[in-house]
Design a protein around this ligand. Structure first.
Ligand code: FE
Length: 342
């Protein structure tokens, strides 16, 4: 064997070994997806761990506020490592799709598990949990029979008795956007103006502060997401607060709901695995993990609500598609500005 042949043999040996190694690696390869999440680690990590345990797919994730995450996705463009974006509020998800950061997903599982009004009509994002934005009142000061609708919070009988969270919060922008969709702009403007006229104090920085003001007697009622009520009452069970479900008469359209949700990023590198993960998130197991951990409602109607949450009572849900929260967000912000809702 000459030198040349020997080199060839050695080379082909190396090639064979490399080929075998790569086959082996493929056989044992575990897939991986990358998630950008505006929901905190404490809430989402148990879900990721459960998914990895069940499927072998590992999940890398980064948590931050939705603003910075959207900016990051935008700046990274086609080079983003992110396959999935998770965030709260349809207004935020709509912003992400409007910025071209998401892509449509075709999945019968998601269409089956997520009701039509809780997902993007263009399938770029899907609700994963439901949050109800409802009235919380002081039991010592208000008889629930005196309460009725969101609109009625502007009734002169509640003068100096209402507290509201700031209009800078996306939750209230979404609420007003949904009202604009339902009543039109002139009527919504009248309603929001009448709320402002009833304010007992300038708008509060968050839902919990607003409820604490009600409990402290600064005002008698406010509008918040129910999971904040759940968390606060767990910490301070003696607060004189109770839930009221507005707009429940036959002619009324129900309690305003919003979602937390997710979409596959425009430039996802692991698209198929990302879709599989979203589908799993809509399954019974994941739905319970996600909704119960934050005292929210499952988005999948086949999944049972946590007993503690169910104890707050049943209510009729406003069936407007939550995409309106995004589409009418700018209109809502301008309207709130006009009536000096700070
Ligand atoms: Fe929240």
């Amino acid at each position: 064997m000459d030198k040349h042949q020997s080199l060839l043999r050695r080379l082909s040996g190396i090639f064979a070994a490399t080929a075998m190694l790569s086959v082996a690696m493929t056989a044992f390869a575990t897939s991986e997806i990358v998630v950008y999440s505006a929901r905190n680690e404490q809430l989402i990590k148990p879900l990721f761990d459960a998914y990895t345990k069940e499927t072998g797919t590992t999940i890398k994730f980064l948590t931050d506020k939705e603003g910075p995450l959207l900016q990051k996705l935008k700046a990274e463009g086609a080079n983003t490592p992110a396959d999935i974006l998770i965030t709260v509020d349809a207004g935020n998800l709509w912003q992400a799709s409007n910025l071209g950061l998401l892509q449509p997903v075709k999945s019968k599982t998601l269409l089956d598990n997520v009701p039509a009004h809780l997902r993007d009509p263009a399938n770029q994002w899907f609700g994963l949990s439901v949050r109800a934005r409802t009235i919380i009142y002081n039991k010592d000061k208000v008889k629930p029979a005196a309460l009725s609708t969101y609109e009625d919070l502007g009734n002169p009988k509640w003068k100096d008795r209402l507290c509201l969270r700031t209009s800078k919060a996306v939750y209230n922008q979404s609420l007003v956007a949904m009202m604009i969709n339902e009543y039109g702009e002139p009527k919504t403007e009248k309603i929001v103006k009448s709320w402002v006229a009833n304010l007992a104090t300038s708008p509060l920085s968050n839902d919990t502060r607003a409820m604490e003001a009600v409990a402290a007697g600064q005002c008698d009622m406010t509008v918040v997401n129910t999971y904040y009520y759940g968390a606060l009452m767990k910490k301070k069970p003696k607060l004189p607060l109770a839930i009221f479900w507005p707009n429940q008469n036959t002619k009324d359209s129900g309690v305003h709901v919003n979602i937390s949700g997710a979409g596959v990023t425009r430039h996802a590198k692991h698209r198929a695995d990302a879709v599989k993960f979203l589908e799993w998130m809509s399954s019974e197991k994941a739905q319970n993990l996600l909704a119960d951990a934050n005292m929210e409602y499952p988005v999948n109607p086949k999944v049972k609500t946590d007993a503690e949450v169910a104890a707050w009572g049943e209510f009729k849900q406003n069936p407007i598609n939550v995409v309106k929260a995004g589409e009418l967000q700018a209109t809502a912000v301008k309207l709130m500005d006009r009536v000096r809702y700070k």
